[in-house]
Design a protein around this ligand. Structure first.
Ligand code: INI
Length: 156
């Protein structure tokens, strides 16, 4: 008999952390609002189970998420940021290090880490993904975090 494991999207019994960078805060504040909205709309009405942690920029996300993951206090961690291309290769370095670092943290700690970092060529692309034309990637990241937290509990 085949057994299928699939996580549920429900925040009721979950402890989540959102680690959000302040760089491009006019975008990341909207991603944060979307993630908090998703948590509350899925039964996460107890504010004790949602912790928000702020970093200066996306480059600081991996270390901060790692510190949060190592506490063992969170079923999943949502990393939010907005990296927007400028005139120099800086964008590419920050984008590469943030995704690589976060991927390392999730595998090393076995805590689900969800990547809600926008990497956009223009400010308009970022606005479109932070609650306007293309939805809110913070909301989507929180939904994925709930599913992954639930899935990992099922597997264990
Ligand atoms: N940080 C971001 O989160 N987004 C960006 O677009 C960005 N750009 O383009 O420079 C950015 N830089 C700051 C970086 O994340 C670090 O905070 C900084 O380099 C100090 O370590």
């Amino acid at each position: 008999m085949t057994k299928t494991l699939e996580g549920q999207i429900n925040a009721q019994d979950l402890k989540l952390a959102i680690v959000v960078s302040r760089f491009n805060s006019f975008i990341t504040d909207r991603l944060l609002a979307g993630a908090c909205d998703a948590f509350r709309r899925h039964g996460g009405d107890d504010d004790d189970r949602l912790t928000i942690i702020k970093t200066p920029g996306a480059f600081e996300l991996p270390l901060t998420v790692q510190a949060a993951a190592k506490t063992g206090n969170y079923d999943a961690i949502i990393a939010l940021g907005a990296i927007i291309r400028g005139d120099t290769p800086h964008f590419d370095h920050i984008a590469a290090e943030s995704i690589k670092g976060l991927a390392q943290v999730t595998l090393a700690t076995s805590v689900p880490v969800v990547y809600g970092v926008l990497t956009c060529d223009t400010v308009e692309q970022a606005i479109n993904r932070a609650g306007t034309k293309s939805g809110n990637k913070g909301f989507e990241a929180a939904v994925t975090a709930m599913e992954m937290a639930s899935l990992l509990k099922l597997i264990k």
